[in-house]
Design a binder for this molecule. Structure first.
Ligand code: SF4
Ligand code: SF4
Length: 67
């Protein structure tokens, strides 16, 4: 499980990049990407994202199971 970016909400502001102590987030073409191998699920990125663009993989799986 790692943080992941909801691409349609991400504004590419890089606040999450600056907040991530693991260097797990990079922004390409104004959309953030999370390296799942580096993410420790600390949720620092979620705290700073002003667009609600970061969630966790387990939440996504719950959504998909309910489809
Ligand atoms: S803080 Fe949110 S909106 Fe900004 S780059 Fe990160 S995910 Fe995208
Ligand atoms: S949850 Fe923590 S380690 Fe993972 S991407 Fe966000 S700030 Fe980085």
């Amino acid at each position: 499980m790692s943080a992941f970016i909801i691409e349609g909400l991400c504004q590419g502001c890089q606040r999450c990049v600056d907040a991530c102590t693991r260097g797990a987030i990079l922004v390409f073409a104004r959309v953030a990407n999370v390296n799942a191998d580096k993410c420790i699920e600390c949720e620092e990125c979620v705290e700073v994202c002003m667009h609600g663009a970061i969630a966790f993989r387990e939440n996504l799986e719950v959504v998909q199971k309910n489809d």
